[in-house]
Design a protein around this ligand. Structure first.
Ligand SMILES: Cc1cc2nc3c(=O)[nH]c(=O)nc-3n(C[C@H](O)[C@H](O)[C@H](O)COP(=O)(O)OP(=O)(O)OC[C@H]3O[C@@H](n4cnc5c(N)ncnc54)[C@H](O)[C@@H]3O)c2cc1C
Length: 412
């Protein structure tokens, strides 16, 4: 058993890296566990681009110096605040650079158990080490919550996988693949599969595939900017509110929060992806999947829609069916911890206070899983600024941690 550390951070994605940078700068004793940028490195397809704009894809650092723009400048990569999609490999390299410079001592090991112990916690690592920490911050992102609809969940992985299962879609060259879903991940996976030589069909429950418009011109007239302000998550006043005021979002009625967290900025493709999808391969809309079965090493799927039922076959089906919050899927929480953790009623998402503290004092959770409390911004890298600065100010003291970029911009 090692000495007690002040804070243990579980996770090394954009949220965990950001918090790690703030706490180290503030001189807090920290141990941090997780695989840096694991989601982006191991669970996304090569050749992907980020949907978020360059200026909205920054990790949060105390001096506001380690931006994506600064990384691109330092490494000779192209960069623009708006309108130039960020390649996945650039973003992964940015996360690595950020880590090397600001949080070099991350321990690349997973946490297998978190339990209350005395006035703090005992954190068990996959290498069997046990670490005592006064406070624990969980920033484990989305991968544990990957969701497959019931009709697909029983199929073997040989014929059916979640979109996050693939880094190299080239392995499907020459095969027939059905992609389910109409969000960015499904649309981009389908485009990449097609470009890598697979025979793709995209099947969506919605009647139409939605596409986002191109980013608005920064120098458009003032009246237009007032009517439709641009912000980290996109344009319009609602989006501006989600982007910049997660602390106020928290005070909305519960049903509104849950609805907005699930539906705001819902499934839609980025404008730059459209020409790589439309007219390139068959897209069938208005079809809901009813059943699926493996047959002779391939897969058959049954759908219903306005025009009746329909059957399709393929070598493989990829489900771009997203993520569903469910705290009990976090295997490092035992039964007692799960019993003590209060969820937002009607969701599998942990409730948190304005400082991201859960119902277990000293245990904090930040990132996508707290979107029903803090809003849709938690589903995006952009939310790491609010989460990391808020939690760091709580753990290190407000005087030791600077204000967030958005708070500075808003004069708060
Ligand atoms: C396909 C796809 C595309 C996306 N594109 C965008 C985009 O363009 N722009 C955008 O803003 N957002 C995008 N997102 C959303 C993205 O998930 C979040 O913005 C962001 O990754 C959340 O960061 P995070 O740090 O909370 O978690 P993650 O990035 O998911 O990182 C999780 C971390 O937790 C660690 N971890 C997990 N379990 C354990 C454990 N047991 N012990 C220790 N560590 C653990 C992992 O190793 C990893 O370091 C996308 C998501 C997906 C799935």
């Amino acid at each position: 058993m090692s000495d007690t550390v002040e804070v243990a951070i579980v996770g090394a994605g954009p949220y965990g890296l950001s918090l790690g940078a703030h706490l180290r700068k503030a001189g807090v004793s920290v141990r941090q566990f997780g695989l840096p940028m694991q989601l982006w490195r191991d669970f996304m397809p090569e050749g992907m681009f980020l949907k978020s704009q360059g200026f909205a894809s920054n990790l949060s650092d105390p001096d506001h110096t380690h931006t994506l723009e600064a990384f691109c400048k330092a490494t000779g990569r192209p960069y623009a605040d708006y309108g130039l999609p960020v390649p996945l490999d650039t973003f992964v390299a940015y996360g690595e650079w950020f880590r090397e410079q600001l949080v070099p001592d991350i321990e690349e090991v997973l946490v297998t158990d978190i339990a209350k112990a005395g006035n703090g916690f005992e954190v068990t690592l996959a290498n069997s080490e046990q670490v005592r920490a006064r406070k624990v911050v969980v920033a484990i992102g989305v991968e544990a919550f990957a969701y497959l609809p019931e009709s697909l969940a029983g199929l073997p992985a040989k014929v059916c996988t979640h979109a996050s299962a693939h880094t190299d879609l080239g392995v499907f060259a020459g095969q027939e693949v059905i992609v389910i879903g109409a969000g960015q991940s499904s649309l981009e996976s389908a485009a990449l599969l097609h470009e890598k030589g697979a025979k793709v069909q995209l099947v969506a429950r919605k009647n139409t595939v939605r596409w986002n418009g191109a980013p608005l011109a920064l120098d458009r007239p003032l009246m237009q900017r007032l009517k439709e302000p641009e912000s980290g998550l996109g344009s319009g006043w609602a989006t501006w509110f989600y982007s910049n005021h997660p602390g106020t979002f928290r005070n909305l009625p519960r049903s509104t929060r849950i609805y907005r967290a699930k539906t705001a900025l819902g499934p839609a493709g980025a404008s730059w992806l459209r020409e790589r999808v439309e007219g390139q391969f068959p897209t069938l809309t208005g079809l809901s999947i009813k059943w699926a079965k493996e047959q002779d090493g391939s897969v058959r799927l049954g759908f219903t829609g306005a025009g009746g039922s329909r059957e399709l076959g393929a070598d493989h089906v990829i489900a771009g069916t997203g993520y569903r919050w469910n705290m009990s899927r976090l295997s490092f929480f035992g039964r007692q911890m799960l019993a003590d953790l209060q969820n937002v009623p009607g969701t599998g998402s942990s409730a948190v206070g304005r400082d991201y503290q859960t119902s277990i004092p000293g245990l904090y959770i930040m990132g996508p899983v707290v979107a029903p409390t803090m809003g849709p911004v938690m589903r995006f890298v952009f939310g790491s600024e609010h989460a990391a600065t808020t939690v760091a100010r709580q753990l290190a003291g407000a005087s030791a941690v600077g204000r967030s970029r958005t708070a500075v911009a808003a004069g708060r």
